[in-house]
Ligand binder design. Structure first.
Ligand SMILES: [Zn+2]
Length: 133
């Protein structure tokens, strides 16, 4: 496997360095402390060809679980992301069904009906959006 700097991963994967860090944080990418004692920081394991981050997958409308946490602590409710917008800072701004606002989203890996935002659920039902959890 190939280890590259965050900057190099950013260039090759066409993601902002902040997004690379986010992917590392949420476990989509694997990173290690740089094994070279002369270099600081982290190295990223290059993913398989064709890999896309969940944010990019969302953008492309691929198989994508629309339920996301609105905070890094993953507390409160999981919201239904209706759309994602790229901000001028190359970050993805989510638009939740219930109208809740958040600067970012965090992947929800295990979902259960209890954690779903009730406002998003009722809005989805009103619009006839199927909820598969
Ligand atoms: Zn919600």
């Amino acid at each position: 496997m190939e280890l590259v700097s965050i900057q190099e991963a950013s260039r090759r994967l066409h993601l902002a360095t902040s997004e690379i860090r986010q992917c590392i944080h949420n476990g989509e990418l694997t990173a290690y402390r740089n094994p070279d004692p002369n270099e600081r920081g982290w190295v990223v394991e290059m993913p398989e060809k064709g890999w896309v981050s969940s944010a990019v997958a969302a953008e492309m409308g691929r198989t994508f679980i629309p339920w996301w946490w609105a905070n890094a602590e993953r507390t409160g409710s999981v919201h239904y992301v209706e759309a994602l917008f790229a901000s001028s800072f190359e970050e993805m701004i989510p638009q939740f069904l219930c109208g809740f606002e958040s600067a970012n989203i965090w992947t929800a890996t295990s979902l259960s009906p209890e954690v779903l935002c009730p406002d998003c659920v009722s809005e989805a039902e009103a619009r006839g959006i199927e909820i598969n959890v």
